[in-house]
Design a binder for this molecule. Sequence first.
Ligand SMILES: Cc1ncc(COP(=O)(O)O)c(C=O)c1O
Length: 459
Amino acid sequence: MTYQNYSLKQLQQIDAAHHLHPFTDHKEMRETGSRIITRANGPFIYDSEGTEILDGMAGLWCVNVGYGRDELADAAYAQMKELPYYNSFFKCSTPTPVLLAKKLAELAPKGVNQVFYGSSGSEANDTALRLVRHYWALEGKPQKNRIIARKMGYHGSTIAGTSLGGMDLMHKQLGGAVPNIVHVMMPYAYELALPGESDHDFGLRAAKAVEDAILEAGADKVAAFIGEPVMGAGGVKIPPMSYWPEVQRICRKYDVLLMLDEVITGYGRTGEWFAAQTFGVEPDTITTAKALTSGYQPLSALLVGDRIAATLVEKGGEFYHGYTYAGHPVACAVALKNLEIMEREGLVDRVKNDTGPYFAKALQERIAGHDLVGEVRSIGLMGAIEIVRDKATKERFLPAGSAAVVVRDHAIAQGLMLRATGDTMILSPPLIWTRETIDMACERIAKALDLAQADLRRR
Ligand SMILES: Cc1ncc(COP(=O)(O)O)c(C=O)c1O
């Protein structure tokens, strides 16, 4: 029996009775009912009532080639018929992960040529954490195992992902984090730059927090620094251009590995295949997932730099780590086809040279001036809108974090799916968005802001 035999109400009741959702207040969801999305095409999603919604979040930062791609379904179907599954443990392999690894090595920044697969970004970060610690142990420095991460960073929801992340609310529910991970300030100029401090200087100061943490622990105790090139779930926080090169300089000075979490930024979002290229750094590990398959299959790839790979190979010994579905043949077939589509359609260049700059200009010209907007910022096709009570003083609405959801709800009602995190609205659309789609989104955001303003001023 297919879902068409059920009414929306029935599906919502069954959902409430049996389905525990991620990052959800279940009591609240049982009161309001869930929104059930039943199909999608191109840049649009459709709910069970048939309402068309422009998807400003590419699912969850992942559907970069948009919905309804027959080629991806065909690639999965063909692979399932030929070989639906075989593992990559115990010296076995299947063709598609092999070919995908070669392709990823071609696309990755210089010096990054190996791949370790998983099914999710969280798993890939678990692998990354274990791998860098294992690397230092193989190098005869097992005490060099501290990881420096950042406040408000998001690295997934497993115990290791949550520990690496810097979200207080998640840590509160953790009941004990993975030891030896410390969190330093984030490069978020809008709230943390000092009066009169230039963007450039703020970037250097935020990077200095990494150096301070290294010196406090002692460089011989610090394995690596991990960060998202642009903090995503934390509110699309785009660092000044001075930040990453300085972090890299510091890491090299103290022989600390540089780990980038590109689960969101990987595969074109910032206008290069990887944000490492946008910011001009050469990391030792790059965590990727999401847009690797445009979300059509669960797959992650931890890209591993030559330095770590060489030690792993040359020092030998088994790395006791891996997942049943690592290098899943169907997911890898879909990833290969997805990357082929992105290349054929020139989507990354389009973000860099056309839609990215157009998106930035549209947000500045049509959204930034609104009374509720403290700042807009974007890089490639990811953007943020800060919601404030007072533009000049940056004062927020109270209680903290309550205003952006009001705007978000109006935006959805206007036919635009976007996300609210704290007092920030975030956008991360499919890379197939055109100038026309961007215009459509801006119109809907402007309307949502007007409607939200009326609600919020009444408070
Ligand atoms: C930067 C970053 N890292 C890791 C993850 C975790 O990925 P997953 O949800 O696939 O485990 C996410 C998910 O949003 C993310 O944004």
